[in-house]
Design a protein around this ligand. Structure first.
Ligand SMILES: [Zn+2]
Ligand SMILES: [Zn+2]
Length: 260
């Protein structure tokens, strides 16, 4: 099992991704209740008490909801940026152990190498990640308003990618959200549309890419069928043959992926 990952939840009601090497097991974000995270992990190859650490992308509730309880219950260090730590919602409480990192400064958790990078989003110090085990790379990038040059550069060469496909633009514009919220979602610090994500993926394609997971779909402004429809147009090109496509779910775990 060189590098394994499994999306436990994805969307505005909670996000969490299990990432494992043969020696190290972490959760990227813990945005469900601790109880629900434990329950979902019971259906994966790793149970919660086997975790080594939590890695947090930013302080929004859908990414940190269960982080405090999980950390205290299983004595887990929580890795996060100073800006994220300073703005954790009070209900999360203090982690059992806090490990601060600066965006862009690489560090290791066991035999996983973590490279973070700044993403444009309406949080205090939000980051995306590339998680490496030996020469295998998994990119995780949800909650960003625009795919900046930095994002594109950092995600280059990943074998697996978990990227946001938040909304279908037409659905968002014609949907029930108030105008200011639509503007926020579309802004530089909001969320990527299906078209934005496909454009990003097009720029990231390389011959060793193995799997793409579309994540953080809006339940109001998107639908898995719309994501697949956008992706199918892109993936029609033969260079994408053999790349697995998955869509992260809100209410259920997604089947796991082994990258080699
Ligand atoms: Zn989010
Ligand atoms: Zn967010």
């Amino acid at each position: 099992m060189p590098l394994f990952f499994q999306v436990l939840a994805s969307g505005s009601r909670g996000n969490a991704i299990l990432v494992c090497s043969p020696r190290t097991r972490i959760l990227v974000d813990a945005g469900l209740s601790a109880k629900e995270l434990v329950r979902r992990m019971d259906r994966t190859p790793v149970c919660a008490r086997q975790l080594d650490a939590l890695l947090v992308s930013h302080e929004h509730r859908d990414h940190v909801n269960g982080a405090g309880v999980l950390s205290r219950r299983f004595h887990l260090p929580v890795y996060l940026t100073p800006g994220t730590f300073d703005h954790l919602p009070s209900q999360v409480g203090l982690p059992a152990q806090t490990e601060l990192f600066e965006p862009g400064a690489p560090f290791s958790i066991g035999d996983l190498r973590i490279c973070s990078f700044t993403i444009p989003h309406d949080a205090h110090e939000p980051v995306g990640f590339v998680i490496e085990h030996e020469s295998t790379r998994l990119g995780v990038c949800t909650d960003l308003g625009v795919a900046t040059q930095l994002v594109k550069t950092r995600l280059r060469g990943c074998h697996g990618l978990i990227v946001e496909a938040n909304h279908d633009l037409e659905r968002l514009l014609n949907g029930p959200y108030p105008w200011h919220l639509k503007q926020r979602i579309r802004s530089r610090h909001g969320h990527l549309s299906n078209a934005d994500t496909c454009e990003l993926l097009e720029s990231l394609h390389h011959s060793e890419m193995q799997c793409v997971v579309f994540a953080h779909l809006s339940e109001t402004n998107n639908h898995p069928d719309l994501v697949i429809e956008s992706a199918t147009r892109l993936f029609r090109s033969p260079e994408w043959d053999g790349v697995q496509i998955k869509v992260g779910k809100q209410d259920d775990i997604t089947c796991g992926t082994e990258l080699s």
